[in-house]
Write a protein of this length. Sequence first.
Length: 320
Amino acid sequence: MQRGLALRGSGDTGSHWEYVLKSYMGWQIDFSRPRGEASFAAPGSVHWRVFANPVALGIGGVCAVLLEFADPRIRSGVWNHSTFSTDPIGRGRRTMMAAQIGVFGPRSAAQEVIGRINRMHAKVSGETPGGVPYAALDTELLDWVAATATYGFVMAYHRFVRRLSDEQIDGFFAGSVEVGGLYGARDLPTSLAEFERMGAERLAGFEPHPINQEFLDIARSTRVGRGVPRWLKSDFVNASIAILPPEVRSVLQLGPEYDLAPSRAAMIRCFGRLADMLPRPTSPAGRASVRLGLPATFPWMSTARQARWLERRPAAAAAG
């Protein structure tokens, strides 16, 4: 497990971009090397656009956790075998780093890191309070965890950054299958419709639980995003709930008190679009661009400008 943190900026904003892990699961983090090595997601793809946007990642990440916690086996496994309840900031950064490596990291690093995560998860097993056994490497659970992350991130971007076409959303699901497979997932949805069917098939096993409320309280508390107003954190939490499938939200008993006002939704979309245009050259997305022979600002360019850069970059870099 990683130990070092490099501080960037002033104050703890709780943002992945402010605190950068020095190492993770034995990998000395450097998205800029080795030069030319391809990532699992191609530059210019919807994956690159979504994962370069911290608004989409924050909203989508909370949505994904709620979907995961609907299943008592996953909820018990995460809550009882991780630092989620005691160190939510550190746990969130590590989880997000794993996602970033899967999208922007060199393939060799992604395979190395995911392999170590799998070996760590092999030790996780137990029983829910209701006596149902679980194991972290159960493919049924792995499928749901991978699918919910895909759903949360792409729908957060679609609703609170920029609208995506049906083809782009389905392509995002299909493009997530390879990395999900590295984690051990075996039956992943390749479209939004397939995800919805997957959720419907599992719905009978979902349940509300006080841990869900505890998680939401953590997400809105001073323990996360220090310096960010509580009302704004509440709006982001409500945005995450807004993109839950309605039937899952109903089971989790997240009622109208969590509704996001239209004016608040518009404000969050402004933040999301600003984040879509504001370059962060030292982020994983920026450093990965340099590794692939592109400017560090590439992920935040228009699609037309990205296409021109991809056409003229060196053949060696394009081939990876």
